[in-house]
Design a protein around this ligand. Structure first.
Ligand code: ZN
Length: 268
């Protein structure tokens, strides 16, 4: 199942199930509206269906508390920035105010001269959990989506805390929807690519992660309670680089979809 948040013209945001023609069936791409937030409890269909092209997709989740990032979780990426692979996961937080949706603008702050994209598989947590053993990680996963862990690389390098380097508003595009039908084994072997104005920049696979999804969930939940809607960014493959105002960045993950955003300069 693909769960999206969307707004139809003149209506408040709602959740819906995306039904792609490519999956089979004699229909265009549509979205079937739900009565409520499926992360918060049981839902039903409202009976209303929209053409997917007629609605605006929003970030599929606005975390009620946190986005947890994982640094240097692909060895080739650690190496390209001159870093070692850490002995245990290197984690950081992005405030929930970093989250934006598909097609929303990434705002480049005037404080940075080196705004980077980082294409990443994102795990959406489905239930309150603490101290999850790796073998039970699947039980707390609601689904998977795509993230751009936007980073002001110069600020990240200059400051020992990454709050500014990773935490400006708009630094966490998420979407286009949450896929709930992938198992852990499938999520651990997905092609992931990032393009900038159509040119391939990152071309990796989630099987290159240093710490797998179960280990990440176990490590993170060992010190912080995870809540429904929390998001874990699982690290980025090699090939990160700068993006400039006016450029379009797209991240594609096999079996999930494509997340596209454009960069704009902060108003002076
Ligand atoms: Zn990252």
């Amino acid at each position: 199942m693909r769960i999206a948040r969307f707004s139809a013209p003149g209506q408040d945001p709602a959740y819906g199930i995306v039904e792609l023609a490519a999956d089979g069936g004699d229909h265009p791409d549509t979205i079937a509206a739900l009565t409520a937030d499926p992360l918060a409890g049981p839902v039903n269909f409202t009976g209303v269906r929209h053409d997917l092209g007629q609605v605006r997709l929003l970030a599929p989740v606005i975390p009620r508390s946190k986005v947890v990032g994982v640094g240097r979780n692909y060895s080739a990426h650690a190496k390209e920035l001159g870093n070692e692979v850490p002995e245990s996961p290197l984690v950081f937080f992005k405030p929930n105010t970093t989250v934006i949706g598909p097609q929303d603008a990434i705002v480049r702050p005037t404080a940075t001269n080196d705004l980077n994209f980082e294409g990443e598989l994102a795990v959406v947590i489905g239930r309150i959990c603490k101290q999850v053993p790796p073998e039970r990680a699947a039980e707390v996963i609601f689904g998977y989506t795509i993230a751009n862990d936007v980073t002001a690389r110069d600020l990240q390098k200059a400051e020992p805390q990454w709050a500014r380097g990773k935490g400006w508003d708009t630094f966490c595009p998420l979407g286009p929807w949450i896929v709930t039908h992938l198992g852990l084994d499938e999520a651990a072997n997905l092609a992931i690519t990032t393009t900038l104005d159509g040119q391939t920049q990152q071309d990796g696979n989630t099987d290159q992660m240093v710490f797998g999804i179960p280990e990440l969930i176990s490590f993170i939940s060992s010190f912080t309670t995870l809540l429904p809607g929390d998001v874990i960014l699982t690290g980025t493959p090699a090939g990160v680089g700068p993006m400039e105002p006016g450029q379009e960045v797209s991240i594609t993950i096999e079996e999930i979809g494509t997340l596209t955003n454009t960069v704009v300069a902060e108003e002076q």
